[in-house]
Design a binder for this molecule. Sequence first.
Ligand SMILES: *[C@@H]1O[C@H](CO)[C@@H](O)[C@H](O)[C@H]1NC(C)=O
Ligand SMILES: *[C@@H]1O[C@H](CO)[C@@H](O)[C@H](O)[C@H]1NC(C)=O
Ligand SMILES: [Zn+2]
Length: 983
Amino acid sequence: MGGGFYVSKVVGVVGIVFGAGAVATIIALAVVYSEELSKSSNAVGPTNGGSTVTAPGSSSVKPGTIVPTTKPSNEQWDKYRLPDTLKPDHYNLTLWPRLKPNAEGLYIFTGKSFVVFQCVKETDLILIHSNKLNYTKWEDGNLAKLSALGSIKAPTIKTTWLKETTQFLVVQLDGKLTAGESYKLYTEFVGELADDLGGFYRSEYEENGVKKVVATTQMQPTDARKAFPCFDEPAMKAVFHITLLHPPETVALSNGLEMAPVPVEEVGPEGPVNVLRTSFEETKRMSSYLLAFIVSDFDYVNSTTDNVLIRIYARKSAIEAGQGAYALNKTGQILKYLEKYYNVSYPLPKSDQIALPDFNAGAMENWGLITYRETALLYDINVSSNSNKERIATIISHELAHMWFGNLVTLKWWNDLWLNEGFASYVEYLGADDAEPDWNIKDLIVLGDVHRVFAVDALASSHPLSSNEEDIQKPEQISELFDAISYSKGASVLRMLSDFLSEKVFTNGISTYLTAFAYDNTVYSDLWTHLQMAVNSSGTSTSLPAGQTVHSIMNRWVRQMGFPVITINTNTGQISQEHFLLDPDSRPSVPPSEFMYEWIVPIRWMKTEVGQPQLWLQEKTANIPDMKVTGSAWVLANLNVVGYYRVNYDQSNWEKLLAVLSDRPESIPVINRAQLVDDAFNLARAKYINTTLALQTTKYLKGETEYMPWESALDNLDFFYLMFDRSEVYGDMQAYLRQQVQGLFDHYKTLTGNWKDVPSGHMDQYNQVNAIRVACSTGIKECLDLTAGWYKQWMNDSARNPIHPNLRATVYCSAISQGGAKEWEFGWKQFKNATIAIEADKLRSALACTKQPWLLNKYLEYTLDPKQIRKQDATSTIVYIANNVVGQPLAWDFIRDRWTYIFKQYGGGSFSFSNLINGVTKRFSTEFELKQLIQFQAEHNDFGSGTLAVSQSIERTKANINWVAENKASVQAWFHAETILPS
Ligand SMILES: *[C@@H]1O[C@H](CO)[C@@H](O)[C@H](O)[C@H]1NC(C)=O
Ligand SMILES: *[C@@H]1O[C@H](CO)[C@@H](O)[C@H](O)[C@H]1NC(C)=O
Ligand SMILES: [Zn+2]
């Protein structure tokens, strides 16, 4: 996933203020639905005969035999990593997915595969990854055939067996393979085409009342081995010759361009069948996790840019409705932009992108055949909002960025995943900006990544970007790396790096890196080396502080967790740095690195209204005489939040900044207005400043119409709602916010001619949503009547939805929250009938807004019934319900009650599971809730990929308890005093 594991940046459309919806910090739309992993994998036996394949001296055992407990063995096959004895050269693989169940009701695929590999070091053992595959047993009783390619003879196979925990097909030989010689290993196998969203799996949907099945893949990180036996590590690059057998009337796609399909008669367990055989051009040398095989009856639209064939595939009805047009339109442009940015031409002859009805991540960057959730690729002007459109532009840009960075050049092992994902998460903004230059989308990285990940990286349970290779072994450990730190912190520090090197030097380094390591693998420091070369040859090496290199600066950001808060004392000119922890009493979970929480910090800043030359802070403290100011002069640091750090000031500078905000806000760049709010709230959480000082940054919003500061404030006030929406503070807080938002609501009412027009600016469109969302959630009657009226109009004529796509998520939520069963049932019916996933998603989040417990409980039941809610959407729907103050306790009871089932279904995957745990517990702020959580942790010894999320939740709950105790009274008093007409 990671590679394509896109996390939605624009989910905050429906916020906590409504009591439901998505939360900015770490809750993503991206949902993983994964098969259970090693914990309880299915018994896999040979396909013919009933005898059990037994591992000599270890693992699998005939039923009924009593085995003496033996010491854990430490054979090569007990380790998760491949030995360094063999290297694949190429594979020939034929797969035949059945789109109809067999006599036993099972969807299966059959396969024949050989791999030609070279022996690098003499060995009598072949280990090749294989998971949940059943093999044909040959005459000699073995599951594979071995031959030699050269003149020598291959040793005979002694025994073969499957090692389930480490997911190997083990081939033990009578003699040794010779170093330097090539061999060929042949197997035939059968696997299940399950609906588990991993490996080779099936996706189902209905079209014109007909149930249809798509066979598709998600290999990253470790599921290629579920489709065929392979050396399933990113450094084991090889060339793949792929052939798919598929029913007539279907099309087969893979990484390479397809050759003309040939009708053939194939014989399977079901007898002879007429099928099409489609072979594909051989791939480039590539990693197994980037493979893709898809059989569907989809249609496509296409175009050609610079001899690259671009095709967008989707369900026939979606293509017919023109929903692929936007993606097609932008892909060529973004490809061209990226070719220029990298100064390396696109390495493949084609770029296919396909929208799938069931997909775990947002998208996956399979080389030449990118897979997407429908919502991440399909655009419909009548249904899609501007945020849907932005998501499509950025996610396409993200995945295309990987075609070079990640696919052409691949990190050697998953511990460096952050570089792959961080890079694409940064460059996605650049590509999308080129595609939509009017949006100012590059600014949004500050909200979407920098602020978002600050929230996670300020916890003591955070972790460094870089992990040690030896600490990342098991599939679950790999999955756990696909988190906000890898994506968003990675993006943030690379953006900072590009800024202080200059984009020209940065891209020169990227370009030589991509050229030097094409079709090969790297470690992250290889990139530093190439960036340093670019610095040296640019003649501007003075942009780095004397004696420092790209390595020495960046390793501090990469090898230690967290980030600094820079404190500037404008009375003395003293400036200092300190590790910023949201809970000042917490202790980091990992021992400090050799850098002892000191960073080399590039500081862009301004004095009063004048930009100043960039500074470097290299020590704990420094004296910068220029930063000493008097009179009305002020200092503002981290201009445009290019740096990955927060900034604190002495009280008098804070007061001057507050005054500027209210008197001449345009003196401060809009991104920094958002920063001042976000820094202040977080500094208050960490007790650097008073909570009331943070609240004061929201006073000027009365006159603010820009999106970014509003969004930043609302993100931060979400926390206040979480902590107080069940307490007596709630009324005063609502009254204050109602007063603050009235101006914004009126502004948009005028701007849109009484809600008839759409504001022209992208950010204005976003802030219009905020205006309505907050006005309605704080009970402004005019707003409630507006949303309820629109919804009623729709209920009266369901064929004509009068609500603009931009506003739908918010309006639906407001109307359903005001309404009862009638409104909910109407929304549910529309959800079930929606023909475009983008519309369904809006309804799915809005249905969680109802205040009726019985409806919420019914909805919770639906989440685990795939006929009602797609499996890919189950966990995010539970989180939506938990965001609702009424739904929160219901969701918590529900997941505890169904824990065994939920864990079995979702526990092995990546994002979704930790999102579920974090999402359901984020309101926790009482001793009683803490006790329940600790008890929950104690009752279950394994949380799979949610292990970290459970400890994060406990830490967060403790911090919340303290925070509420310390702040409740003063916060209530402040809201009360600042509201002109207290309610
Ligand atoms: C592998 O497959 C390709 C394409 O299907 C074919 O041209 C090639 O001859 C095969 N190689 C071997 C050794 O069979
Ligand atoms: C693989 O073998 C196991 C054990 O015999 C069986 O339960 C399973 O259904 C088989 N899988 C397939 C896809 O045939
Ligand atoms: Zn990615």
